[in-house]
Design a protein around this ligand. Structure first.
Ligand code: OSB
Ligand code: MG
Length: 408
């Protein structure tokens, strides 16, 4: 077939038609108290529960859900639950509610001028994507452009009291079919558990995660891990230091994977250009939402750098978002989205998100494809506020609130 050249060129562009927008009516912001089924020890502390900000956005008779991945203390990164609540309730929600958005890109643009606070922005952005996909009547993964209906996943195992306890836990995970074991490490607790698990499971895909606990002065301890065929060493150095990671990568054979350091596509480009990482852990809740996550996905694909989807001990809502994102092409390594029942006796969704044979199925319904279990939700809710269209931005501690147009 040849190209037709006989059609007259049009001198006017076809009219640009955008899909009908969503007009945001109200937001419900809850804080959930979720006890974890075990004490989860990392280099920065022992976590026994999570205080989870859960956002519901309402528009056009639909509801969109997302959860925040910040902790109540700034241990993993700087953002906190109390800080995010104040920003969302006092500023971001009042400024966005009442407005119409014709695409998720338009919604993200409205949040783009605000610096940092990517976990708080992600909470709103992800809830909007869920709404949007429901508005289209499609599962989120199809709207994002995913290519698979099941996600290969692994487990993240906390620091244990002995190497034998670590091996026992790894054995359970292997028996359940998980395709990758990640061990949390810290200075003084690294080579011993790694050696023990590697000896017990010579063929398993094994990784470690230091959560920023080392410095360049610990290079020898990290070089010792080169002997165990690790797939990568996750975030060995400071959360905000790409230069030292690049130096460390030159001293190691094992690839470095960055987690905490990656908050944007700009960070990712700098990290990969510097040689600070050869693998990327992408957490949608850490980078500002699905749009930024997809930009990072596309960049790593172009760089030929493998990607995997990390986790922040999410409930079923955050877990579902992670699963949908993980359907994109370049998520070629097993992620951290293990079965919800590993973490929760009572999850806040009605559906189970359970791994079989190392694979997490992708929920099929519209949007994130999961529904809230209202009974559990109400039982674990510790705090709840509703913000409606028309609410004025406010600065809580000021006795006299200035008029809205004077607060930018
Ligand atoms: O560094 O990946 C991390 C949990 C909380 C905070 C940071 C991390 C983790 C995990 C667990 O490793 C991932 C999960 O199973 O959700
Ligand atoms: Mg990590």
């Amino acid at each position: 077939m040849s190209l037709r050249t006989d059609t007259a060129p049009t001198d006017t562009a076809p009219p640009l038609t955008l899909p009908d927008g969503l007009t945001l009516e109200a937001a419900e912001l809850r804080v959930l108290d979720m006890p974890i089924r075990f004490a989860f020890e990392t280099s920065f502390g022992v976590q026994r529960r999570r205080f989870v900000p859960l956002l519901t956005l309402r528009a056009n008779g639909l509801e969109g859900y997302a959860e925040g991945v910040m902790d109540h203390l700034p241990l993993y990164r700087e953002e906190t639950v109390p800080g995010a609540l104040a920003l969302l309730e006092g500023q971001l929600l009042p400024r966005l509610l009442g407005r119409s958005f014709t695409t998720p890109e338009a919604f993200t643009l409205a949040l783009a001028p605000y610096r940092g606070n990517r976990m708080a922005r992600a909470l709103m952005e992800m809830a909007f994507w869920d709404l949007w996909a429901k508005h289209l009547g499609l599962p989120l993964w199809r709207v994002l452009g995913g290519v698979r209906t099941g996600i290969p996943v692994g487990v993240s195992l906390g620091i244990q009291e002995s190497a034998q306890a670590t091996v026992d836990l790894a054995a359970d995970s292997v028996a359940q079919g998980y395709g990758r074991i990640k061990l949390k490490i810290k200075p003084g607790w690294d080579e011993e558990p790694v050696r023990a698990v590697r000896e017990a499971f010579p063929g398993i895909q094994l990784t470690v995660d230091a959560n920023s606990a080392y410095t360049l002065a610990d290079s020898a301890a990290l070089q010792a891990l080169d002997a165990y065929g690790l797939k990568y060493i996750e975030q060995p150095l400071a959360f905000d230091d790409l230069v030292d990671h690049a130096e460390l990568q030159r001293r190691l054979r094992t690839p470095i994977c960055l987690d905490e350091s990656i908050t944007s596509v700009a960070d990712t480009r700098k990290a990969l250009t510097l040689g600070a990482a050869r693998v990327i852990n992408l957490k949608v809740g850490r980078v500002g939402g699905h749009l930024e996550a997809r930009r990072i996905h596309d960049l790593t694909l172009a760089f030929g750098v493998p990607l995997w989807c990390g986790g922040m001990v999410e409930t079923g809502v955050g877990r579902a978002h992670n699963i949908h994102l993980s359907t994109l092409e370049n998520f070629t390594l097993p992620g951290d989205t293990s079965s919800a029942s590993r973490y929760w006796d009572h999850d806040i969704i009605q559906e189970g998100l359970e791994v079989e044979g190392g694979v997490m199925p992708v929920p099929e319904g519209p949007g994130i494809g999961v529904t809230l279990d209202r009974e559990v939700l109400d039982r674990v809710t510790r705090q709840q506020t509703t913000v409606r269209a028309g609410a004025r931005p406010r600065i809580d501690d000021l006795p006299d609130q200035p008029p809205t147009d004077e607060v930018y």
